[in-house]
Design a protein around this ligand. Structure first.
Ligand code: NAP
Length: 266
């Protein structure tokens, strides 16, 4: 049976060129690589930046097939392989010279009067007011009312998403293998009226978060799922926790994470 590779590309010129080279290189090793997703492929190869990687996870419905990232000129936090190194990457792939790492996902369920909606995120879930007003909600942690939040919003980020929006909002970088997630407030109000938590919290993966909107007339909320906007007019409550599902990512250099942090953030 022909061995298969799924390719996800952002279709910029450079990515198209890398795709062509990669298809030829895989063909030499008896693999059929193309952009029509096959559920029985051996690998998912993503050509582009982090945006392309995140889109590939969502478009493949969080496929269990291991992902490999080839960076074509972006920040490329998820994209380990440089575009000029694809031949070496293919040979290391064929010889199974890699480690498999888990990318943890956040699970978010939104409950409105009539429906419920479920989302998985690779980077983060962000709850914000839809307009420029303050958003108010009660945050429960494992059924304990931890805070009545008022401010711009809150970010719930995975360890590997902690270097994205979370970092810009003042959160910490979390080592990607840590078994937990981070809650980072955005412009929290600290006054005698509102006592929102103004620092990030890092919680274990089995933590159950429940957000209950506090003023029904102000429940026009935006939910950002890995930067993709979801709008709701009547949220009753939101449940957030770590998903049991993960994305498998192949890593060729065991020190890749630290090199990435050094090169891209320091
Ligand atoms: P984008 O707006 O086109 O790009 C967002 C930037 O964040 C890109 O440079 C991207 O890298 C980088 N990035 C994505 N995930 C990352 C990670 N885990 N660690 C470090 N950098 C990362 O949107 P996009 O490419 O579709 O990415 C969506 C993400 O944008 C969201 O998940 C959110 O984290 C982020 N975002 C950040 C802010 C902010 O920092 N103020 C605001 C909104 C959204 P590439 O260049 O390699 O694509």
């Amino acid at each position: 049976m022909t061995k298969k590779i799924n390719i996800f590309s952002n279709h910029y010129d450079i990515s198209e060129k890398v795709t062509e080279r990669l298809i030829q290189e895989f063909k030499l090793h008896g693999y059929e690589a193309n952009e029509n997703f096959s559920p029985d492929a051996d690998y998912n190869v993503v050509i582009g930046g982090d945006g392309t990687f995140i889109k590939a996870c969502h478009d493949s419905d969080f496929s269990d097939i291991p992902f490999i990232g080839i960076n074509t000129g972006h920040l490329g936090f998820y994209q380990e392989v440089p575009a000029n190194n694809v031949e070496l990457m293919v040979s290391r792939l064929i010889n199974k010279e890699y480690q498999v790492q888990d990318i943890k996902l956040i699970d978010c369920s939104v409950f409105t009067e009539e429906n419920s909606y479920n989302f998985l995120s690779v980077n983060e879930i962000v709850l914000k007011a839809k307009y420029t007003n303050i958003i108010h909600f009660n945050m429960y942690v494992n059924d304990i009312l931890l805070q009545s939040f008022a401010g711009d919003g809150v970010i719930f980020s995975t360890p590997s998403g902690s270097t994205a929006y979370n970092l810009s909002a003042g959160g910490a970088m979390l080592y990607q293998a840590l078994d937990g997630f981070q809650i980072t407030p955005m412009a929290p109000i600290r006054s005698s009226l509102f006592r929102s938590l103004d620092k990030s919290l890092v919680v274990p993966s089995n933590t159950q978060i429940k957000l209950i909107t506090r003023k029904r007339e102000e429940t026009f909320s935006s939910l950002g799922v890995d930067g993709m906007l979801q709008e709701f007019e009547d949220i009753n409550y939101i449940n957030i926790t770590m998903s049991d599902k993960t994305i498998k990512k192949l890593v060729f250099d065991e020190n890749w994470y630290w090199k990435n942090i050094k090169e891209k953030f320091i």
